[in-house]
Design a protein around this ligand. Structure first.
Ligand code: GLC
Length: 749
């Protein structure tokens, strides 16, 4: 049976949901803000811009709250949320409630896969579910504001925070980030189960030099506009309640003091009306990074650039009053920032409902709905990157004994991944637990951790695993990274498997038994040798609370893997940055060049091909963006186009028949890439412009149609001008960015 999918490829113009309240509601909120502002002293106004993480709840803090010197608290313990809120509402002069915030990056109690893993699903409903469940659980603990999604595009797996984002592509990051925002915020921020989201870190944090955190980011206007900003523009258009200015400098100017980003682009170009928060001390840090000389200057630069709320720096509350008195900061600048904060508090319904239901939070955590959504997310986030001779799926009826080994096989804390403040490892179901639960009665499951943690170099346990391998029909090796090896300030210059895990895989492979390697990490790893030594490899990254059942279902074929990589896996760290939408160069490596060990001794300077590659890495990555296998086989027909010549006013329909010619019903992520063959700037070899994840029954096929508008063909030049240039274009509808099928061609007149 043939079905047809019509996917309208929208630029990033996503319908605004939570910001387009009916004018009357907006007008009501504005008049409430006006009347409250008219009552506030300058001190009370400045207090609203002060966000504090109360490392301890002491009398000084309580006095500050009563005095109206604090507008928002980070990380307030749920047990005292109502008491603290009552201080603000009942004891301060104007009773303005506190904005209570906490990082809920990929789940509050029910932990979803890390965002990079969610991006492997190429399924926006996964991000939406994560947002919805996160907001439902966090709001019950009094949290009404969280700092997610992180939509920093990056090409650097050395950077620990790659775990928190959605990978290397602006389009995929945009749609996943918007889905997370919609799940968190819903259509009404005042809904008791919804919380305010935060588009962060604005901007270019993902370009941090050498993948080292907090480092400088230098880039061109065109890269900023074409790769860095689109996810943030999409977030703004989707109605994200807040933005966060980051730690990094952009071309020498700290982004927390960067009026080009925060006013010219965010406010003036995009018309954004939400609230901008700094990152943790990021305003005060402008003194540390030698941008300004004093905290007073930092405060002036921050608020004048457009940072409304000062997270933890305490420089606004210390200096704004005097800065206004001397005219360095205008009163209207202060008022605009305070209005943004108060507007958010009114939208969240904090004035009407500042308190949570006491003692009921626990009953809202880990519901069957939340657990089911977390497991589905984990299942869809698993990527099959190797499956020699059908090693997978495992057939339970034919297996008598399996060896389960590796430091991530039974690591309930590690599988939750980074930025997991409130997840409880006692709720994690590990791969070992799931395998025992599902197959322990029929298969002999031997467990040897081999290494007690991912960094361990103690080889003794490996001997035991190798010994027990002789008793097993198949070896399941769960390797990767502890959670602490990824996330903020967890950058690695060597991204191979930590510790002696490479030895473990090598020794297991030498037993001759098939090794199924499962990688649970927070980043791409240079695992080429280990992949070669395995019969099959699954990339699961940190899959959250339900990583175990998800992996068990994929390993035994109850779920067919459908994930695709959202980020390039380099062969070696020296290839970084390496990404799919790169540039052809004037000397492309269109052929297989000589590799370092093939070069004759005393070879002449001109004896090797002159093309763009590394002698010791060759051409291309280990696994490319968009890559992922299935247990079934999908065949793609040649692309047909509704026209081979269009004008800027036309819409092109690109169609492809995708057939499931294998034995399993499965989902496939059908990807649309476009290449501009010439432009006023050199154009990437291909760019993702759309995708659709379609379910296709074995033996059936679907027609996938993409509607492409001329706007998809445009780009920003280095003067920030949007260019849609006539010329020749190539178009692919393929299963991965690396597919070399002949493109369809069309002309833009
Ligand atoms: C951190 C992070 C930011 C986080 C904030 C609050 O340093 O950079 O992403 O939301 O501080 O914890």
């Amino acid at each position: 049976m043939k079905r047809t999918y019509l996917i309208i490829v929208a630029i990033f113009a996503l319908v605004c949901t939570s910001c387009t309240k009916s004018p009357s509601l907006d007008a009501q909120i504005e008049s409430k803000v006006d009347s409250l502002m008219s009552l506030m002293t300058i001190q009370e106004k400045i207090g609203q811009l002060n966000q504090i993480d109360p490392w301890n709840i002491n009398d000084e803090l309580k006095a500050d709250i009563k005095a109206g010197n604090i507008g928002s608290l980070l990380n307030c313990p749920p047990s005292i949320v109502n008491d603290i809120q009552r201080l603000a509402v009942d004891s301060s002069r104007l009773g303005i409630p506190l904005l209570l915030a906490r990082d809920v990056i990929h789940g509050y109690k029910t932990i979803f896969p890390i965002p990079l893993a969610q991006a492997c699903s190429w399924d926006t409903s996964v991000a939406y579910d994560c947002g919805e469940v996160s907001a439902f659980e966090a709001s019950k603990a009094g949290i009404k504001y969280t700092f997610t999604p992180m939509i920093d595009v990056t090409h650097d797996p050395r950077w620990g925070r790659i775990a928190e984002g959605y990978g290397e592509d602006a389009y995929l990051t945009s749609v996943m980030g918007v889905a997370m925002i919609e799940g968190l915020q819903g259509s009404n921020l005042a809904d008791k189960d919804k919380i305010a989201a935060c588009a962060k870190h604005f901007a270019a944090y993902g370009l941090t030099e050498s993948g080292r955190d907090y480092n400088v980011a230098n880039t061109s206007e065109s890269v900023l506009r074409n790769w860095v900003l689109p996810p943030f523009k999409a977030a703004a258009e989707a109605g994200v309640a807040t933005f966060m200015a980051g730690f990094n400098e952009l071309n020498g100017v700290p982004v927390s003091g960067n009026s080009y980003l925060l006013r010219d682009i965010l406010r003036d170009e995009w018309g954004y009306k939400g609230m901008v928060c700094s990152d943790y001390f990021s305003v005060e840090q402008m003194r540390v990074e030698n941008y300004v000389s004093t905290n007073a200057e930092a405060a002036a630069v921050g608020i004048n650039a457009g940072v409304d709320m000062d997270m933890m720096g305490k420089v606004y509350v210390a200096h704004l009053d005097s800065l206004i008195k001397v005219g360095v900061v205008k009163m209207e600048t202060l008022d605009a920032a305070v209005r943004n904060v108060l507007r958010l508090k009114f939208k969240l319904g904090l004035f009407e409902n500042p308190y949570i239901e006491a003692d009921s939070a626990e009953s809202h955590f880990y519901t069957s709905d939340a657990i089911a959504k977390a497991q589905r997310a984990a299942e869809e986030s698993i990527v099959l990157v190797k499956n020699d001779s059908g090693a997978l799926p495992l057939n339970a009826s034919k297996l008598k004994s399996i060896l389960v080994t590796g430091p991530l096989a039974d690591a309930p804390y590690e599988q939750m991944g980074t930025w997991c403040f409130d997840g409880d490892k006692s709720h994690s179901v590990t791969p070992l637990m799931a395998l025992k639960q599902q197959y322990g009665d029929s298969i002999n499951i031997i467990y040897q951790p081999a290494l007690t943690y991912s960094r361990s170099r103690d080889l003794v346990g490996i001997d035991a695993a190798v010994r027990d391998a002789s008793k097993a029909d198949v070896i399941l090796a769960f390797v990767g990274e502890e959670a602490i090896l990824s996330g903020e300030a967890k950058c690695r210059a060597d991204i191979s498997l930590p510790g002696a895990q490479n030895k473990l895989i090598e020794r297991l492979s030498a037993t001759g038994k098939p090794v199924i390697m499962v990688v649970m990490a927070g980043r791409p790893l240079t695992i080429g040798k280990e992949v070669d030594e395995s019969a099959a490899t699954l990339i699961a990254l940190h899959g959250g609370t339900m990583a175990g059942p998800a992996l068990a279902n994929v390993l035994f074929g109850k779920v067919v893997p459908s994930g695709k990589l959202p980020v390039t896996f380099p062969k070696m760290v020296g290839q970084i940055p390496i990404y799919y939408n790169d540039f052809r160069t004037g000397r492309p490596a269109d052929y297989r060049p000589t590799l370092i060990d093939e070069i004759p001794v005393e070879a002449r300077q001109t004896s090797l091909g002159f093309c763009t590659y590394h002698l010791d890495a060759g051409v291309g990555p280990l696994f490319e963006f968009g890559y992922g296998l299935s247990y079934t086989k999908f065949d793609y027909s040649p692309v047909t186009l509704s026209a081979t010549e269009i004008t800027a006013a036309d819409t092109l329909t690109a169609s492809c028949n995708v057939s499931n010619t294998g034995a399993y019903d499965a989902s496939e992520v059908v990807q649309l890439y476009i290449h501009d063959k010439a432009g006023s700037l050199v154009r990437p070899v291909k760019e993702l412009k759309g995708f659709s994840k379609v379910k296709i029954k074995a033996g059936e096929s679907v027609t996938v149609n993409f509607l492409v508008t001329a706007a998809q063909l445009g780009f920003y030049d280095n003067s920030a001008k949007w260019c849609v240039e006539p010329g020749e274009f190539e178009l692919w509808i393929v299963p991965s960015s690396a597919c070399r099928t002949a493109p369809a061609q069309f002309t833009l007149k």
